[in-house]
Design a protein around this ligand. Structure first.
Ligand code: FES
Ligand code: FES
Length: 164
């Protein structure tokens, strides 16, 4: 690859080290991750609107379609394949139990947003849950089942119980 248009980057993806990977400056992080086999990261709108491409960059949810792969150099990326904490296993079970996915295209982005909801460690109303997922589009479910699944997760994980 032309070294003028590319550079080598090293980063961690789902706690695994990737070193000296040559990447074009113009390549977005979503395509980069998918080329490495992390196909759970989906590309929907490719303009920052739908949330299907959400991943965590140093623990914070970002749109990987609007982020260049080179911006992840030296950082820690978590994709949906890396959401394996016991809390997120509970969340995934709740999504399945509540039929919160149909085609599944939005699900990885929804799970990323739910990760951020869980991190808040507080009980949320259904209206607050709807607001939190307002950056994630779903074309299939009508959102009701997704809100059910997230509410179920918050209850099962007993979030906010130490905060009064
Ligand atoms: S593909 Fe990135 S926000 Fe839609
Ligand atoms: S389940 Fe199909 S887009 Fe959400």
């Amino acid at each position: 690859m032309n070294q003028i248009n590319s550079k080598n980057i090293s980063l961690t993806i789902n706690k695994e080290d990737f070193k000296n990977i040559n990447v074009e400056f113009r390549q977005n992080l979503a395509d980069f991750l998918r080329e490495l086999g992390f196909n759970g990261t989906h590309l929907g709108c490719e303009q920052g609107a739908c949330g299907a491409c959400n991943v965590l960059l140093d623990g914070k949810s970002i749109r990987s379609c609007l982020t260049l792969a080179v911006q992840a150099s030296g950082k820690e990326v978590t994709t949906v394949e890396g959401l394996n904490s016991s809390e997120m296993k509970t969340v995934k079970d709740c999504f399945i139990k509540n039929n919160a996915m149909q085609c599944g295209f939005c699900s990885s982005g929804m799970l990323m947003t739910t990760y951020e909801i869980i991190k808040l460690n507080k009980k949320l109303s259904r209206a607050e849950i709807r607001e939190m997922i307002s950056g994630n589009y779903c074309r299939c479910t009508g959102y009701q089942a997704i809100v059910d699944a997230i509410e179920d997760s918050v209850n099962k994980l007993n979030l906010g119980s130490q905060n009064g």
